[in-house]
Design a protein around this ligand. Structure first.
Ligand SMILES: [Zn+2]
Ligand SMILES: [Zn+2]
Length: 547
């Protein structure tokens, strides 16, 4: 068997793994790349996915970074099955249509611009029609059901606790008379998150694909996060201001509704308007209400007591654009939850434009912010951000609440991994920014003594030959574009030196403080890293001497 990593490696988006067993080829996930033009270019070249030759795609969950290229493949001749859970199918129905709508709007916008420049029209990546057509190929299965596929392959979907319907995929195949097992973690949820169940523990595998979104971070606890949110709302109430929450339409929005409901049920906040300003989030919430069998015990209990945690009298759903605009005329304090979660599209951009510059407003970031997005720039402390061609000052209070994350943190990931019993397990660390995946893979090697690999984009390699796999076995197709480093301009040098200075001083301060508190001996590994930085500086210095 062979594998080719088509996406979701050394980046968080575009998840797609191509597997080959003799003449049989199939995909696990088929996600869209997001975050910057260079990465998004990849969405246009789906040749390597070989859409016509795929008998099936196994889909872990509905998020666009896992499902978003399915309509594109259908447009290019895919006629196989898309196998996923029922809730994933329900969510894909609205999410793929929404994604196609975004593609159409963007193409229209760029066509208008092109016409003025006398250039050709732009066609969308795929149309709403392609998205609707792709739904015909979906074949929902139940959690825990054993599904037999071509080539003697068997698969089973287990709850990943990430979003409604999300799954870990177990796959069995026979190789030279021996049964082998592959496990794809998909995106793993944070244990204890509301609504969904905790991730299922898997104990056996020969090869594991492990996500690493938050492989270098630790989330605050749920209780602490709730307290933080409560404090933010109280501050906003005191200043008669608004709280703006950019949220992914699926799961994050419902999670926030659930938490606000908890605060209201406990009389901790008064009845203030809560706007859900995202048509997609509204449809997604309806799907949640239809798939209550996926809920955890706590939520099921609430339901059985006649309380629907997703229905609050304070919630104002805004479908139309007019209703969305009217929100900004409501001067009362309140909460606005809107998509997209990374603030690079959707109605949230309007709300940010209205509130980022106000000193009393509160912006609460609760989800993952990919590199290159507006949300990431806000989190990274940008003084201004560009919205609708206008430079907007960032004066509002910015809060990041990691405890709402739909992804397990480093502890959660390692705990989940610790349940596997095979000492020869081979681990591909995927779905993370490069440095995060590398950090987690090092931990997997150090703590579990497993063979952990961070694959490269378009890397091809044989499976089940972990021990002593010759380097030559890893190949790259010829059409793989070699990624070049961005050119460094001399104009950037003064700013870079200033940042270097600042970071160095900050680091010294922190290390000195840690030493004073007697914490430094715990972190001996920092010493190695500092030595490495020093070595790099010396290298650079001697290179400069030579030139
Ligand atoms: Zn996801
Ligand atoms: Zn993902």
């Amino acid at each position: 068997m062979r594998v080719e990593f088509l996406g979701g490696v050394r980046t968080v988006t575009g998840s797609a793994t191509l597997l080959e067993k003799g003449p049989l080829r199939w995909l696990v996930d088929c996600g869209m790349f997001q975050g910057g033009r260079e990465l998004e270019e990849r969405n246009w070249n789906t040749g390597p996915y070989q859409p016509r030759k795929l008998p099936f795609i196994l889909l872990t969950h509905a998020h666009i970074d896992h499902s978003g290229l399915i309509p594109k493949l259908v447009k290019e001749g895919f006629q196989g099955k898309v196998i996923c859970t029922k809730a994933t199918y329900d969510l894909c129905e609205v999410m793929l249509r929404d994604s196609a709508h975004v593609q159409e709007m963007e193409a229209e916008w760029s066509t208008r611009k092109n016409r003025r420049a006398g250039v050709d029209e732009t066609s969308p990546l795929y149309s709403v029609e392609d998205a609707e057509k792709s739904l015909r190929y979906f074949q929902p299965v139940r959690y825990g059901e054993m599904v037999s596929l071509d080539g003697g392959i068997k698969v089973r979907f287990q709850d990943a606790g990430h979003i409604l319907g999300s799954a870990i995929i177990e796959l069995w195949t026979e190789e030279e008379g021996e049964e082998k097992k592959l496990v794809f973690s998909g995106d793993l949820g944070s244990p204890g998150a509301p609504l969904v169940r905790d991730p299922t523990f898997i104990t056996e595998a020969d090869v594991l694909w492990l996500e690493s979104t938050y492989g270098n971070r630790f989330h605050r606890s749920r209780e602490e996060t709730e307290r933080e949110l409560l404090k933010i709302i109280q501050d906003a109430l005191r200043d008669e201001a608004k709280v703006i929450i950019p949220a992914f339409a699926v799961e994050r929005t419902q999670d926030v509704i659930y938490t606000l409901g908890e605060l209201i049920r406990r009389n901790l906040i008064p009845r203030i308007p809560i706007y859900i300003d995202s048509p997609l989030a509204i449809s997604a919430t309806e799907i949640f209400k239809r798939n209550t069998d996926c809920f955890d015990q706590e939520t099921k209990t609430l339901l059985s007591e006649g309380q629907n945690p997703l229905e609050l009298p304070e919630i104002l759903y805004t479908q139309s654009t007019e209703a969305s605009r009217a929100i900004n005329e409501d001067s009362r304090p309140g909460i606005i939850i809107s998509a997209s979660g990374m603030a690079d599209a959707g109605r949230i951009k309007h709300h940010l434009k209205h509130h980022l510059w106000r000193e009393t407003s509160h912006i609460v970031i609760i989800g993952y912010q990919a590199e290159g997005t507006v949300g990431r720039r806000i989190v990274d402390g940008a003084k201004t951000v560009r919205l609708f061609g206008e430079e907007i000052a960032v004066k509002a209070h910015i809060h990041t609440l990691g405890g709402f994350s739909a992804h397990a943190d480093q502890k959660g990931l390692l705990d989940w991994l610790s349940h596997f019993g095979n000492p020869n397990l081979e681990v591909f660390v995927v779905h993370g920014e490069e440095k995060v995946s590398l950090e987690l893979s090092q931990l997997v090697k150090d703590r579990f003594h497993l063979n952990a690999i961070v694959p490269q984009w378009r890397e091809r390699r044989p499976l089940f030959r972990a021990q002593g796999t010759p380097e030559e076995a890893i190949t790259f197709p010829e059409d793989r574009k070699v990624e070049t480093e961005p050119a460094f301009s001399l104009e950037d040098l003064p700013a870079l030196l200033r940042t270097l200075d600042r970071n160095y001083k900050k680091l010294r301060r922190k290390l000195r403080r840690a030493k004073e508190k007697g914490r430094l001996h715990l972190e001996a590994r920092w010493g190695g890293r500092l030595e490495e930085i020093n070595r790099r500086l010396e290298e650079l210095d001697s290179e400069l001497d030579k030139s």
